[in-house]
Design a protein around this ligand. Structure first.
Ligand code: ZN
Length: 135
């Protein structure tokens, strides 16, 4: 009975792991990090075409690893369980990468080519009230 239990549990545990076990999906999860990201942000972060990213996002969402929310013209993706990043970090250290090197990759970057509110926070409705400054 106990043996059957372990096998049933193992099967359930393996399911999300098999969905995230590709370099592309791990890159997406790292780029989303502990916050949230829209497709345009992932495009800027990873340099892949939107359709390609969307395919992976759909698979990750279907597996309940990501959840999404729409705000205006943006759809934001977030890890349902951010502790998956700890698992990714553990796997990185298993491959000889330092946790620090991996933590630097976790969605802290801002991309000039991205127009999402994370990268271009000045582009908000309130912006019209502010005095424009030249950079
Ligand atoms: Zn962005």
């Amino acid at each position: 009975m106990k043996k059957r239990h372990i096998l049933e549990f193992s099967e359930k545990i393996a399911a999300p792991l098999s969905v995230i076990a590709s370099p592309q999906r791990i890159a997406i999860l790292l780029s989303i990090g502990r916050g949230e990201a829209c497709v345009c942000h992932l495009e800027a972060a990873l340099g892949w075409r939107q359709a390609y990213i969307s395919q992976h996002l759909m698979a990750l969402r279907k597996a309940d690893i990501l959840q999404d929310r729409r705000e205006g013209r943006y759809v934001y993706y977030r890890l349902k369980n951010a502790s998956l990043l700890d698992l990714i970090t553990a796997s990185a250290s298993q491959s000889g990468l330092s946790a620090v090197a991996v933590s630097v990759l976790i969605n802290t970057q801002v991309y000039p080519s991205c127009e999402c509110p994370h990268c271009a926070p000045a582009v908000t409705p309130l912006d019209g009230l502010r005095v424009k400054t030249t950079s």
